[in-house]
Ligand binder design. Structure first.
Ligand code: GLY
Length: 257
């Protein structure tokens, strides 16, 4: 029942960021109440596949799972549903044979901080769905946002699956947008920003298409998936014309990204 919304441009209309970094970017105004989702989408719930660009992980590009440019699958709710439904939908989509049919290796929940309590509700929901390995993480890992100079943010729960290398990789992040942060993420982490509860709590999820492909195609890294393998082959064939020993696997992956 979600309205399907096209990806927004990588050049955002939000002046607080240079490039679109997440699916929620184009929806910020619906969390804050500045815009009405019923008027624009005829629904409180939407989904998208968003072109995203992140420089925060640029030093990781070349490993098995990081990119600067990627596509993010997301479902979003602006006061429609909250934790119970969001976790249930994610669990069903990933594990049901009707959909992805994957195994979840473990999930994380927010362990609490001096500003925000521990997310025991999510812990209980996961356990009721039969996911026994629920790990606690802090502000650095499982508290999303805000993006840019201020905005919606909140605790998250992350889902990990195992790739063909036996490595657990985060594939989906479910954010519970409960607060409006007065400053940037850096200010929030330094204790220099205030959190005010949002009038309507929201859901913001982000699942990496390339990582989901790696898990569902049982590959050791994203570059072996059908999305990247032809690009790596094209890089290989060009490199072969020059000095094949010069280009390392990491370099080829960087070029592919
Ligand atoms: N906005 C959620 C995420 O990008 O992980």
């Amino acid at each position: 029942g979600h309205a399907v919304v096209p990806s927004s441009s990588l050049i955002p209309d939000d002046p607080s960021v240079l490039l679109t970094t997440a699916g929620m970017q184009q929806f910020k105004k619906y969390y804050t109440g500045e815009a009405d989702p019923m008027k624009d989408f005829n629904s409180l719930n939407v989904c998208s596949i968003q072109k995203s660009f992140r420089t925060s992980d640029i030093d990781e590009v070349g490993d098995d799972s990081h990119l600067t440019f990627f596509e993010m699958l997301g479902n979003f709710s602006f006061g429609g549903y909250f934790k119970e439904e969001a976790i249930r939908y994610a669990h069903e989509f990933l594990t049901s044979k009707e959909w992805m049919g994957l195994d979840i290796s473990y999930v994380t929940i927010f362990k609490g901080s001096d500003m925000v309590p521990k997310d025991t509700e999510s812990e209980n929901i996961w356990k009721s769905l039969g996911v026994a390995d629920v790990r606690e993480e802090g502000m650095g890992d499982v508290f999303w946002g805000p993006t840019g100079a201020s905005g919606p943010c909140g605790p998250t729960t992350e889902i990990y699956c195992t790739n063909a290398n036996g490595k657990d990789v985060e594939i989906w992040n479910i954010v519970f947008n409960e607060f409006l942060c007065s400053g940037s993420r850096e200010q929030l982490l330094a204790g220099d920003a205030a959190l005010t509860p949002l009038e309507k709590k929201g859901i913001d999820t982000g699942m990496g298409l390339e990582r989901l492909a790696m898990i569902s195609q049982n590959k050791k890294n994203i570059f072996e998936t059908d999305l990247f393998a032809p690009v790596i082959q094209a890089v290989d064939s060009r490199v072969a014309q020059y000095n094949p020993h010069y280009a390392t696997e990491t370099m080829k992956r960087m070029i592919a990204d």
